[in-house]
Design a protein around this ligand. Structure first.
Ligand SMILES: Nc1nc2c(ncn2[C@@H]2O[C@H](COP(=O)(O)OP(=O)(O)OP(=O)(O)O)[C@@H](O)[C@H]2O)c(=O)[nH]1
Length: 245
């Protein structure tokens, strides 16, 4: 549910992608709402690439191919009628590539720290990964997620046991906790939809704040309410007509 004021503000952005020659104020401000950077960090072999590929390409490969340095995927959405993309950076977990990968942490709106639910050591290392990623960003500027991968490899009881420690650590990190499986796809779409919704809402509110000088908070307006897959939301929230110029 949108408060009426915010809804009216949002409508101003319900435009088709701007034509290159368009110079109107709305088209010039649209790009700052259109893309958020997400960085995925964590030990080697925890399943970062698999998680991203499941979400962006709906595939799963059981063969391991180490990420060299960094890679990225862009996933396009339409939220509340506004074209919006997540730029998801997949970083290498291998120590020898850490230096290259860390050069890409800057400007992240969300940091996803991944660990393998079957390997407790990888959970312990998430603190350090997060610290490294936060160092490159403004304090308080990033949403933080702690994600346990390979949920399919554990029994329900074993998973719940592993989650106790993870949830505890997530609280300490001020992170939101999720368990996922790239193999089965469990929770993957729901997780990234949550990331997208929070990042988008923050972009809109920051934009409004810059325009009005007030300070709305993410979550205040219940601006974004997403259920189901991103594609389902795309269908239900398509703009009714062009509004540009
Ligand atoms: N069973 C199962 N295996 C998984 C899952 N996710 C990843 N794997 C496997 O775990 C291995 C490592 O996955 P990657 O996604 O390459 O790991 P990574 O974290 O990107 O590794 P680096 O690129 O070295 O940092 C691969 O063999 C995957 O097939 C999962 O959800 N379930």
């Amino acid at each position: 549910m949108l408060p009426v004021g915010l809804w009216h503000e949002l409508q101003k952005f319900r435009v088709s992608p701007p034509a290159p020659e368009c110079r109107c104020v709305e088209c010039k401000t649209l790009p700052e709402l259109s893309l958020s950077k997400v960085v995925v960090v964590g030990d080697l072999y925890v399943g970062k690439t698999s998680l991203i590929h499941r979400f962006c390409k709906n595939v799963f490969d059981c063969n391991y191919k180490a990420t060299i340095g960094v890679d990225f995927e862009i996933e396009r959405f339409e939220i509340a009628g506004i074209p919006y993309s997540l730029q998801i950076w997949d970083t290498a977990g291998q120590e020898k590539f850490k230096c290259i990968a860390s050069a890409y942490y800057r400007g992240a709106q969300a940091i996803i720290t991944a660990f393998d639910l079957t390997d407790v050591q990888t959970l312990e290392h998430t603190r350090q990964w997060l610290e490294d990623a936060l160092r490159e960003n403004e304090p308080g500027s990033c949403f933080i997620f702690l994600v346990g991968t390979k949920k399919d490899l554990l029994s329900r009881a074993a998973c719940e046991q592993a989650e106790v420690e993870a949830v505890h650590l997530a609280k300490e990190m001020q992170a939101e906790y999720w368990s996922v499986s790239a193999k089965t796809g469990e929770n993957v779409k729901a997780f990234f939809s949550r990331v997208a919704a929070l990042a988008f809402e923050q972009s809109v509110l920051q934009h409004l704040e810059r325009r009005s000088g007030s300070q709305p908070q993410v979550g205040d307006g219940d601006l974004i309410h997403m259920e189901g897959s991103p594609s389902e939301n795309q269908e239900s929230k398509r703009p009714s007509g062009p509004g540009c110029c």
